[in-house]
Design a protein around this ligand. Sequence first.
Ligand code: ATP
Length: 528
Amino acid sequence: MTRSTSRRTAAANARPAAGSVDGAPPPALRLTRITKTFGPITAVKNLSLTVERNQVVGVIGENGAGKSTLLKILSGLHEPTSGVMEVAGRPVQFRRPQDAVAAGFGVVHQEQSLLSNLSVAENLAMNALSSTDNATRFGWYRWRQLNREAAETLARVGAAIDPRAIVGDLSFVDRQMVEIARALRVDEQTHATPLVILDEPTSVLERNETAILEREIANLKSVGSVIFVSHRLDEVRRICDRIVVMRHGEVVADRPTGDVTEDDLFKLMIGHAAKADKRSDAGRTVGAQNLVEVRGLTRRGEYRDVSFAVRPGRCLVIVGALGSGRESLARTVFGAEPFDRGEIRYRGDVVSSWSTVRATRNGMAYVPAERRTEGMVGGFSSTENITLARTGARPRFVLNRAGQKKLAREWFQRLDVRPDDIKLSLQRFSGGNQQKVVMAKWLQSDRLRVLILDHPLRGLDPGAAETVNDQIRIARDAGTAVILLADTLEEALDMGDDILVMRDGDVTARFDLSVDTPTTLDLLERMV
Ligand SMILES: Nc1ncnc2c1ncn2[C@@H]1O[C@H](COP(=O)(O)OP(=O)(O)OP(=O)(O)O)[C@@H](O)[C@H]1O
């Protein structure tokens, strides 16, 4: 798209056409040969795609396939290098996010974009066009109206969140619900037919929350259209009418959902079939002594009277829905949150003033769910990020530059990080590839004894998830104790030796998978 065309088709013209000449409504969105380059990198290449009205289109693709770039184009964050974009039959150009909102596009990005120092209601009103006018008077907020509107929107996504709460005080999952609520609100705020774009909205949601979202998407379909990006192939098949598969920035398949199986989708995305289940105990080093032991641990408002133990070479999976307290519990074990009662023993000794520094020095690693804010330094290269936590026999300052590069190269290969450029600053990698680098940072440590993983597969495509799980198994088999907060119950059953189920801060069940054979339903029943 040239500059002059862009001027003619500025977003002010983005108002939808009433209908096409032959009477049939034009598609909600048509993209024709869209390309986006970043210097030498072509993130999206000649992409053509149509979204009909009242249709849910799934977009899938392995990490780095170009999905987020496509969504950023649709949300006005990136301008395409070339190609044509039409909304309801009219050419448009989005130069700013407001242009996308004016055209009726509501977006939930993979990385959260809420302002943490503002309240939930203020964040929800931020997109607002007409409703901000109504909600302010002489530049002052009409708080009661703002909060009431926010409460109504939150109720639509089934979220029991106080509109007056400050976003920074909310849990990750609650913030995700606010993001989703904000995107869904676009139809209340604009007169355009909404197109809601969801970029992996369910990756940290539990099943009951996902079910709410699925219901909302079904509602939305009756008033507008939805583009749904997810790595969960079962979910994409359940929710979407059509599925578009991207590889290396291009569309490689565009099929009605009924025509493809999960296996077909996996093959189209990754280029090979899914591997069979690899649960095996052969070659494992399982220690006899408990490495981490927790007794009667309580943190008011989070969890109560929790006890468990993990030995070297074993994986404990903690499952639980929103509010189960498991995230807080994992952070406490790592020394990132305090506790009120009970004790933590590490290698047999009671830990008194436990802190993240002491935990890290003693071979504990914690991979947070929020990699952008907690797990990485975006402006640093991936080599620097990988060697940042290097302690042990050859700490970072002992490794020379060549040593650091060698280490980074080795881990890029092991985790198949793309692009294969260890010098590139980490913020330039796709979300899934950033996650792999954050994992590498901890997995490479030669003193790793305990690995605490909070949703490690979040944002990873199924092929990358397999690669990361393989590396977790390798660390476990070499004698690392793993504490895993799994994304899905299938993952819990696949990876766990022991499973702890939590509900509202209490442990409701424990399973030892060497003797017990719980199903996902058994777990779910104790979670909700
Ligand atoms: N701002 C940028 N500068 C340079 N390269 C970029 C930039 N944004 C994305 N890329 C590159 O473009 C390609 C596509 O990335 P994108 O984030 O769109 O992939 P994705 O399919 O969303 O991946 P994921 O599932 O891992 O989030 C990647 O190679 C990525 O490194």
